[in-house]
Write a protein that binds this ligand. Sequence first.
Ligand SMILES: NC(=O)c1ccc[n+]([C@@H]2O[C@H](COP(=O)([O-])OP(=O)(O)OC[C@H]3O[C@@H](n4cnc5c(N)ncnc54)[C@H](OP(=O)(O)O)[C@@H]3O)[C@@H](O)[C@H]2O)c1
Length: 265
Amino acid sequence: MFADKTVWITGASSGIGEAVAIEIAKEGGALILSSRREAELERVKSLCVAAGAAADKILVLPLDVIDYDAMPGVVARAQKFTGQIDMLFNNAGISQRSLCVDTEMETYRRLFEVDVFGQIALTKLVLPIMLEQGRGHMAVTASVAGKLGARHRTGYCAAKHAMMGFFDALRAEVARDGIFVTTITPGFIRTNISVNALKGDGSEFGKVDKNISAGMDVTECARVIMKGFRAGKREIAVGKGMEMKALLIKRLFPNRLFKMVETMG
Ligand SMILES: NC(=O)c1ccc[n+]([C@@H]2O[C@H](COP(=O)([O-])OP(=O)(O)OC[C@H]3O[C@@H](n4cnc5c(N)ncnc54)[C@H](OP(=O)(O)O)[C@@H]3O)[C@@H](O)[C@H]2O)c1
């Protein structure tokens, strides 16, 4: 599916973005790898080359998704790489580990800047390129947290619900223009997400928490995502724990779910 495609992945220096990059590299697709840490992106590029990709088919393109001034120039470099952007995988993100009562407004703002406005800004710059191409694929890593609420995640759940809403609405707008939209709702996946999560004062949580360490292996997660892309799914749920059952419970028995999450975490 990706052999003749150019895929731009944000949050490619770690976790889900890294694992999906490697899977795409195995198919021979061209890759644009973005996040803030260039050295980590170079490490991921080496892994992609080891997985079979040609080095000249991988562009390391550092980007802070909240650096709105730099973004148009970065998008221009991305487009110039192969002359096309077939998929934008909006995957960069940070989580939260704090109660609402302890969370500063600045921390909420940061969560929304990175998890919402950064993704929207980049999507808005890439969308005209895809419209001009007459085709394209927008994907976003939302979360189970974009479907239900959980303790210590008021800002993160709000941000991920926003992303689900944004991309569901975008899908309805661009379907007739040949642009496909996929939302991804992972449960607990073993990555650095909790290490990098924000505490109420904005500092890093710095630990792998219990749910994440018991979560799905990230390579397995990437393979489920790839399978979903190949199957043309509009929404991909990926995970292995109780949180995946919670998605169904929320839909069918919302009150039961509300009670369950009151006693969790
Ligand atoms: N792991 C889970 O259980 C889980 C569950 C549901 C959803 N998700 C979502 O999956 C996505 C990937 O997270 P992960 O689990 O792979 O965690 P991760 O290992 O912490 O990776 C997060 C990625 O986001 C990048 N990033 C953070 N802030 C950025 C910024 N301002 N600009 C550009 N890139 C930025 C990081 O790179 P740099 O530090 O190099 O910038 C890193 O590559 C996130 O959107 C997360 O919310 C994860």
